[in-house]
Design a protein around this ligand. Structure first.
Ligand code: BYC
Ligand code: FE
Ligand code: FE
Length: 475
């Protein structure tokens, strides 16, 4: 199905044939634009940005590049093509045709999942709204804005489902998406990580590496859903997510590379000496990593969760790559190991696999994270430096799940609160670390082809454009 780009809301869901729905979404649209102008990228509304816009959902049609002013971006509703004769792949309804409408008994559960997913999207835009003021290059500025408009589109994706399938409740939830705000003391965003600050570009790259990847894993699980419109929406969102994680992985990698270059060239090792040269010491990078990793692990929910078991048996949310897993997809007797604190030790406990689905998804995620960190470490290897970044223990600095309320060191020791607090700033960024990184973000680097001192240039530009391309034009 092609996309109607002329419509006020571009879409491939035949919106024009459902006047009620179209009117409801057109009534929400001005509120969205108002929100974007208030809480989207600060001071950037008149810039011409070299952006990618989806014009169709097939493999070569959704990557269309051109200059766009962000408020004019064509946010639209795009679902991946339906799969013929798709069947529910797990749970009590396994083997039945997928639902094109919402089964009444799962209505409130599905609404809750869709609202939780949708809430994260505008939250991340809010968290990143000031970063454009201190971009390290035009290339990075453009990538930030690309991620921002796509997160805006992800909100549209969820708002479409709410409007199309949940009647008045859905419309109210869609309004509430624009009323909760990241870090707001009265109406915060739903999940913890989305109320944290993203105060500098190192935080931003860490966020897009770690937290957008939670997006990938959650979307992949929802793409298995028996509710077909949700599945198709998530499948298309996943194509966009890949770029967000690319920005994060390459961003951190470029920061590391630059630090390694400066360390080897000047033969310095001490963090203070490294900082004196205007780059970010590897110790600080490790602390940022510890923070973003631990905060993101909390997004997987409790290790043992009856909610997760219910989502699964109801056919609403599957496992990562459910259809590729070779088992009964019902999990009546299977077990899965989770970990918990018992006295002064962390012990393994085998629990019914059905209740451990959050832990399993989290482990799948960690696996992919490990590979990414190994790639970062190649920068140090190539530079001949002995330093390596490591992932802290899963229990370190957790607020949700079995380790919440415990004081676990990065090495996985169970500590007293006092002992943990004494080392806190060895493990997590201190106010001084944030202040130092902030001191590097002293303004926008706007000259084409130039990069801030603390980051290496990328290997290549966007869409085969050169590095000195004018990715953003200021107006
Ligand atoms: N913060 O049964 P449990 C993305 C609550 S990121 C605060 O273990 P469940 C993106 C929970 O609600 C992907 N509260 O939880 C990335 C429950 O509350 P009630 C976002 C939390 O339901 C970057 C209670 O604790 N998508 O797209 O199994 C940029 C017990 O929890 C948290 C989704 O999350 C928390 N971290 O699992 C832009 C997918 N964790 O019932 C975008 C949809 C748990 O006691 N959401 N709680 O009131 C879900 O699948 C599930 O809601 C969760 C939680 C996996 C998040
Ligand atoms: Fe997203
Ligand atoms: Fe994302």
């Amino acid at each position: 199905m092609s996309i109607d780009l002329q419509a006020r809301i571009p879409n491939n869901v035949n919106l024009g044939e459902d006047r009620r729905l179209q009117r409801a979404l057109e009534a929400w649209q001005p509120n969205y634009i108002h929100w974007w102008k208030e809480l989207g990228p600060e001071g950037a509304m008149s810039f011409d940005v070299y952006l990618r816009t989806a014009i169709s959902v097939d493999t070569n049609g959704w990557a269309n590049f051109g200059y766009v002013k962000m408020p004019d971006y064509r946010w639209g509703i795009f679902l991946a093509e339906p799969e013929a004769d798709r069947r529910i792949g797990f749970g009590d309804h396994m083997g039945e045709p997928v639902w094109q409408d919402i089964p009444g008994e799962h209505r409130s559960t599905l609404r809750r999942l869709i609202v939780t997913q949708g809430d994260t999207e505008p939250a991340s835009v809010e968290q990143q709204r000031l970063l454009g003021l201190t971009c390290p290059s035009l290339y990075d500025l453009r990538n930030l804005f690309q991620v921002n408009v796509e997160e805006g589109r992800h909100l549209w994706a969820m708002v479409y489902l709410l409007h199309a399938y949940f009647g008045r409740d859905g419309r109210e939830e869609a309004e509430a998406m624009l009323e909760r705000h990241s870090g707001d003391s009265d109406k915060p965003r739903i999940l913890g990580a989305f109320n944290e600050k993203t105060p500098d570009w190192l935080s931003y790259y860490m966020f897009t590496f770690f937290t957008d990847r939670d997006g990938k894993y959650q979307l992949a699980s929802l793409a298995e859903s028996g509710f077909d419109p949700l599945s198709r929406t998530c499948r298309f969102m996943l194509t966009e997510e890949a770029h967000h994680m690319f920005v994060g992985e390459t961003g951190v990698s470029r920061v590391i590379q630059r630090t390694c270059d400066v360390m080897t060239k000047n033969k310095v090792d001490d963090p203070a000496d490294v900082r004196a040269l205007g780059v970010i010491d590897l110790e600080t990078i490790q602390r940022y990593l510890n923070f973003h990793y631990s905060v993101t692990l909390d997004l997987f929910g409790g290790d043992a969760s009856s909610n997760a078991a219910n989502y699964y048996t109801a056919g609403l949310k599957g496992r990562y790559e459910e259809t590729k897993i070779e088992d009964d997809h019902l999990l009546p007797d299977a077990e899965y190991p989770i970990f918990e604190v018992s006295g002064e030790k962390i012990v393994r406990k085998d629990v019914p696999a059905l209740t451990a689905l959050n832990a399993r998804l989290c482990d799948d995620y960690i696996h992919e994270i490990e590979a990414g960190v190994a790639r970062w470490n190649r920068n140090m290897e190539r530079a001949g430096l002995p330093h390596r970044l490591t992932l802290p223990h899963k229990g370190f600095h957790r607020a949700i799940g079995n380790f919440a309320g415990h004081f676990i060191s990065p090495a996985g020791e169970v500590l007293t609160e006092d002992a943990w607090k004494r080392n806190e700033h060895l493990w997590l960024p201190s106010p001084a670390d944030y202040a130092y990184v902030q001191s590097l973000m002293s303004g926008r680097v706007v000259e084409t082809g130039k990069f801030a001192n603390w980051i290496a240039p990328p290997v290549r530009g966007v869409n085969r454009m050169p590095l000195n391309f004018e990715y953003v034009r200021f107006n």
